[in-house]
Design a binder for this molecule. Structure first.
Ligand SMILES: Nc1ncnc2c1ncn2[C@@H]1O[C@H](COP(=O)(O)OP(=O)(O)OP(=O)(O)O)[C@@H](O)[C@H]1O
Ligand SMILES: [Mg+2]
Length: 309
């Protein structure tokens, strides 16, 4: 089990820019915690404060009882990190990159080489072992960094958007690897791919404008949203009143209703009667994300009022 506790954690880069706004986070878990949020939401800022590369302005962050401020050295020995913008050193090869990192962490040369070879194999990039990093594609460079942390003995792994820039097959392979790895490690993962968080994460945090809007497993988030059913209506339809729920207009013209099971049934029957095309599903993480983020934008909106379209 790994515990991460943030209390009123704030980070101000300059006087108008509050990147983290009193974040209260409490995790005590195995597996993967995924932080999702729009560009500029503060994910990397929180990631960097926790992985001890950035000082917070106020509040506290504690990992397994160790405060990131006074225990940074101790925490660094336990974590391995792939930052968002990191690239492996251009004039080294993947094998040298991993070997040197492991030796720096205290492994012997022989053990480091063995672990490097194994990790490169695990990531499916053995054939690039001795090619200079500068000659690798963007996705392969990301994989070299992921291989580096996987080869380490760290039981806490921080990955800031590890699958950005990976092709769909490589992304799937990395997912498989993370699913295996999460049995023995705690992984703090940020991503823009909501289906990735849905597939991998045991707990998900939604960050918006430096604030943690919601935290929980997918099931818990569905419950918190209060409307576990989604109805998507394609094309135009007559005005219909919704007793319980909330509507969202999609960019490509569809209308989506989030509502309760009972109300979904009632609306469904109505739509069948009026021969309207629609689909109905349990809400996805994407639905939940839009729900919480848009709700925050339109705080004055009342959910219990009937809505029309
Ligand atoms: N070094 C910095 N100096 C000043 N402001 C910064 C700095 N780094 C980030 N910010 C600002 O802090 C806010 C949060 O940025 P952050 O990088 O944490 O967001 P993010 O959620 O990781 O975004 P993305 O999804 O684009 O990676 C943004 O408004 C950003 O402009
Ligand atoms: Mg970021």
């Amino acid at each position: 089990m790994t515990s991460i506790v943030c209390k009123n954690l704030s980070k101000k880069y300059d006087k108008d820019n509050l990147a983290l706004d009193k974040v209260n986070l409490s995790l005590n878990m195995h597996g993967i915690f995924s932080l999702i949020g729009r560009n500029g939401a503060g994910k990397t800022t929180l990631f960097r404060v926790l992985s001890t590369t950035l000082l917070s302005t106020s509040g506290s962050a504690v990992i397994d009882g160790v405060n990131v401020l006074d225990g940074a050295r101790e925490i660094r020995e336990r974590i391995a990190v792939v930052p968002q913008e990191a690239r492996p050193v251009a004039w080294m090869t993947p094998k040298e990159t991993i070997t040197s990192y492991l030796m720096w962490r205290g492994f012997t040369y022989t053990e480091s080489v063995k672990r490097a070879v194994d990790a490169l194999k695990l990531l499916g990039i053995s054939k690039f072992s001795n090619v200079l990093n500068q000659r690798l594609s963007g996705g392969t460079k990301r994989k070299v960094l992921v291989a580096t942390v996987i080869a380490s003995d760290a039981d806490i792994i921080f990955l800031d958007e590890p699958t950005t820039g990976l092709d769909p097959i490589s992304r799937g392979e990395l997912w498989d690897l993370l699913l295996k790895l999460k049995k023995t490690h705690f992984i703090f993962l940020t991503t823009h791919y909501l289906e990735e968080a849905e597939a991998l994460a045991d707990k998900i945090g939604i960050l918006e404008d430096g604030k943690l809007l919601a935290l929980g497993s997918l099931q818990e988030l569905r419950k918190r949203m209060g409307f576990p059913h989604s109805i998507k209506i394609l094309g135009k339809t007559k005005k219909i009143s919704i007793k319980v729920g909330r509507t969202v207009k999609g960019r490509d013209g569809y209308t989506q209703i989030f509502t309760t099971e009972q109300e979904a049934r009632r609306i469904g029957e109505l739509l069948i009667k009026t021969k309207t095309k629609f689909s109905t599903n349990p809400v996805s993480l994407e639905d939940i994300f839009y729900y919480f983020v848009k709700k925050d934008v339109n705080e004055e909106e009342k959910n219990d009022e009937p809505e029309y379209w």
